[in-house]
Design a protein. Structure first.
Length: 141
């Protein structure tokens, strides 16, 4: 398992008429957090694309617990939960400044060839970075 924390502040355009973060922004927050996790282990999205791969999201699941307002300082705890075959799973826990859980989510992505969009195994460089940065529990199922 690989974990990473990412902190950010809610911007005004992320809120809706009710003054809360619009639900569509959570996908953006978690995508940024996911790539920050990758960056923390030495993988940039640019390098993945240059190697001929892409990682489309094939499933997303969100649980909205508390509302979040403009200018809130939020922390995302992202976990690379598993990688098996062409698929990779991440979980997310989003906390407010009071360290209250306000949202949690899970995404499933698939490695595909950039030119053909055919599913494929993760690149050797991605697998090596994951293996080198694994923490206590194994990532592989």
């Amino acid at each position: 398992m690989i974990e990473h924390e990412y902190t950010f502040r809610v911007m005004y355009p992320d809120t809706d008429k009710m003054g809360t973060v619009h639900h569509s922004n959570y996908a953006k927050y978690y995508e940024t957090a996911r790539w920050e996790l990758f960056r923390s282990i030495g993988i940039s999205y640019h390098s993945v694309e240059e190697a001929g791969y892409m990682l489309p999201v094939i499933r997303m699941n969100f649980r909205f617990i508390k509302t979040v307002n403009y200018d809130a300082l939020l922390k995302v705890k992202t976990t690379l939960k598993a990688i098996k075959g062409v698929r990779i799973w991440f979980t997310y826990k989003l906390y407010n400044e009071q360290n209250e859980l306000v949202n949690e989510a899970e995404t499933e992505l698939a490695f595909v060839e950039k030119d053909t969009w055919k599913p494929c195994a993760a690149s050797e460089s991605v697998m090596k970075a994951i293996e080198l940065n694994r923490q206590k529990q194994p990532v592989y199922e």
